[in-house]
Design a protein around this ligand. Structure first.
Ligand code: ARG
Length: 459
């Protein structure tokens, strides 16, 4: 197990530090099961085209089964002398079954092998991510349903703008996640193409049945060009870009949760199980989960940059640079899966403090635009109405009252067209109820949007 890879060509042993420096087994062993899966399919195909005998195939299968068991039980001895996951498994296989193990690599190179392993690995992880996304989306729908008629201030510039329903706000989050799921589904199509058969770069002289191997591994088809197959990692970059966007969305949600949980907003309660205390301040309850997720979004965006820069300027075909793709990719997967999971666990238990949300919307002159629209309906030009309402807000500010708390006489001093019916639209409920077009914030519209969304995520 200790012999240098391709040792025959070399006159001296690898420098001990270089051996460590170039080894990837410390991290690429994460793809061990995919590596075995790929080898099993390759061996089955090699037997089918007459390169392996029945017995050799049987030996390879039982050897790989044993290795899988050793890995799963944590008994497998990984060695940096064997550089990477591929060589470690192949060397162990040869130890176990002898000559047949040495035949497995016929018509294959680590270059197409590693490209295949990453694709198998990522395909699995995309499915895990899609599952977690769906869980979180379902949690948001349930919460949005409960809060479909809950009135809160909607913000622009983080200043109270117009009243919205909390359900509507949550459905905005849902929409972002729907696009994230679409992006992962779309990038999965380009992940799911099989490089095996490209060999080192030029293909192989053996009559490999690439369609059979692709079918055995569940790939949609073999790749078209051998040089491209072993060299490009654009599928991983795309994946990391989709991951960066979902993390960016989670980071925005986090920021809002952190603000809302503060005493100054006091819109929600985050369950204790998702918060921690302070080692010095006994009163503290810190929203750690959203804070951490917000922080973690930065590292995923960093990984995207790392992969872009890794690929840039690489000549065809495979270069060892590509070994550097794995750590950013693995950490991206872990970060996205864990962040989504934390959110999906936490959101069902977030409580809305409805009264506080309501009072906050009331304090912010949130129906000022409704008053302007009212004046327009009575025949005033919008710009003039804007001016009139500005004066009314100023009076409210000076006397510490909301627009709905001004008297009719006071309001009429700004415009004689204002009548008793103005109070219907100055209330928060009236304001949101009017916005019932598609995409609007009215409770009945939000309930319809939730209904449509449930159907969408089931399909
Ligand atoms: N460990 C390598 C990687 O991650 C596998 C492919 C190595 N191929 C080679 N010819 N050195 O990319």
């Amino acid at each position: 197990n200790s012999e240098k890879l391709s040792s025959a060509r070399f006159a001296e042993a690898t420098d001990a530090f270089v051996e460590e420096f170039t080894a990837s087994v410390g991290f690429d062993q994460r793809m061990a099961l995919q590596d075995i899966q790929g080898s099993l399919a390759h061996a089955t195909m090699l037997h089918k085209i007459g390169i392996l005998t029945e017995q050799e195939l049987a030996d390879i299968r039982s050897g790989l089964a044993q290795i899988r068991g050793e890995i799963e039980r944590g008994e497998f001895v990984w060695s940096i002398k064997q550089e990477d996951v591929h060589m470690n498994i192949e060397a162990r296989l040869t130890d176990l079954i002898g000559i047949a193990g040495k035949k497995l690599h016929t018509g294959r190179s680590r270059n197409d092998q590693v490209a295949t392993d990453i694709r198998l690995y990522l395909r699995d992880e995309v499915d895990v991510i899609l599952g977690q996304l769906r869980r979180l989306q379902t949690a948001l729908l349930d919460l949005a349903e409960r809060e479909a008629a809950t009135i809160m201030p909607g913000f622009t510039h983080l200043q109270v703008a117009q009243p919205v329903t909390f359900g509507h706000h949550l459905m905005a989050w849902f929409e972002m996640l729907s696009r994230d799921a679409e992006r992962f589904q779309d990038c999965r199509k380009r992940i799911n193409v099989m490089p095996l058969g490209a060999a080192a770069l030029a293909g192989t002289s053996y009559p490999l049945d690439r369609f059979l191997t692709a079918e055995l591994l569940g790939f949609s088809r073999p790749s078209n060009n051998s040089l491209d197959s072993v060299s490009d990692r654009d599928f991983a970059i795309e994946f990391t870009a989709a991951a960066s966007l979902v993390m960016l969305h989670l980071s925005r949600f986090s920021e809002e949760l952190v603000l809302w949980a503060s005493a100054q907003f006091d819109f929600i309660d985050i369950p204790d199980a998702f918060c921690t205390g302070s080692s010095i301040m006994p009163q503290k309850k810190n929203p750690d989960v959203p804070e951490l997720v917000r922080g973690k979004s930065g590292r995923v965006a960093g990984h995207l940059m790392a992969l872009l820069m890794l690929m840039k300027s690489q000549p065809l075909a495979y270069n060892k640079d590509n070994q550097e793709d794995k750590e950013p990719l693995f950490d991206t997967v872990d970060t996205v899966v864990n962040s989504l999971r934390a959110f999906a666990d936490m959101m069902p238990r977030v409580q809305a403090k409805r009264e506080n949300m309501y009072q906050s919307a009331k304090r912010g002159f949130a129906t000022a635009t409704d008053l302007a629209d009212y004046l327009v309906r009575k025949g005033m030009a919008f710009r003039d109405a804007h001016e009139v309402v500005g004066l009314a807000v100023r009076l409210g500010l000076r006397t510490g009252r909301d627009l709905s708390e001004l008297t009719l006489t006071e309001l009429q001093s700004f415009s004689a067209t204002i009548a008793e019916d103005v109070f219907d639209i100055l209330g928060l409920e009236g304001s949101v109820a009017l916005r019932k077009h598609i995409g609007g914030t009215a409770p009945e519209t939000v309930r319809q949007a939730i209904c449509d969304a449930r159907r969408q995520i089931l399909s």
